[in-house]
Design a protein around this ligand. Structure first.
Ligand code: APR
Length: 235
């Protein structure tokens, strides 16, 4: 590697949680196979059928109790704890497996299943268990105005300013377990690359933007990520 690596940005997608037993989106058995995206993951869908949308996210939230972080989540948490330079883990995942593994320098750009958002007062708060369409706001008490704190299609992902800034300072950008089908995350590799970062992808199959990476490692994240982390900070 020509340039010394100090600042790292890592992007993860559904593939990093696949070995924990959470379905990816665009696989044959992926979540969107049972539900059309426009039925469950858009603001219009929520207005049209809040019962269906709540049922979908309540089921996904309940599923979190049945799964555990895998070797990839744990390796990334170890890197976070031991990496002396800047590090930012940006996940598109709405599960809580990165934080349960111990990652601290973490942003959930597509929101979190374990968070609720009150449309009446604008407050966001931790949420456990089912939400349903009749939930009361933990802040203002309004009933029926709490929605899953998930970024739906057509909505603006969270923390884009911070992410963009980190990408521009990155010496290394690493993408793990994402198909590269959804923007703006799919464009992070270009931003980092244009600002001089080296780029590495770890995925089961080549992603859509695979050719933009300096290096592509193909295989399961549970195997590839611990190997890479050991290269970065030792076994
Ligand atoms: N290890 C590594 N990669 C894997 C594994 C694994 N064990 N299993 C699957 N993959 C790869 C697949 O090859 C695929 O390229 O993970 C990728 C998952 O892609 P998607 O299902 O498209 O998920 P993701 O890229 O996270 O989707 C982005 O789309 O619908 C939205 O908001 C949702 O955050 C999500 C976004």
């Amino acid at each position: 590697m020509s340039r010394e690596i100090r600042n790292i940005v890592i992007l993860t997608g559904a593939g990093v949680s696949a070995e924990s037993g959470l379905a990816t989106f665009r696989a044959a058995d992926g979540l969107w196979e049972d539900h059309r995206v426009e039925d469950v993951a858009t603001p219009e869908a929520y207005r049209r059928d809040p019962v269906l949308v709540h049922r979908f996210y309540d089921a996904r939230r309940a599923r979190l109790c049945e799964v555990e972080p895998n070797a990839a989540h744990k390796a990334l948490a170890r890197l976070d704890a031991e990496w002396p330079g800047e590090l930012l883990l940006v996940t598109q995942n709405v599960d809580d497996l990165h934080e349960r593994a111990g990652s601290k320098r973490l942003l959930h750009m597509h929101g979190e299943l374990t968070s609720g958002w009150c449309l009446a007062c604008g407050e966001r708060f931790a949420w456990e268990g089912p939400m349903g369409e009749g939930a009361s706001c933990l802040q203002c008490g309004e009933v029926g105005q709490v929605r899953p704190d998930i970024v739906w299609f057509g909505e603006m992902p969270y923390d884009m300013d911070r992410i963009d800034e980190a990408l521009r300072r990155a010496d290394l950008f690493v993408s793990i377990g994402t198909s590269g089908a959804v923007y703006p995350a799919a464009g992070f590799v270009q931003t980092a690359r244009c600002c001089g970062a080296r780029t590495l992808e770890m995925n089961l199959d080549p992603s859509i933007g695979s050719t933009l990476f300096d290096e592509s490692r193909l295989g399961p994240a549970g195997k590839l990520v611990p190997t890479w982390v050991a290269e970065m900070i030792g076994p």
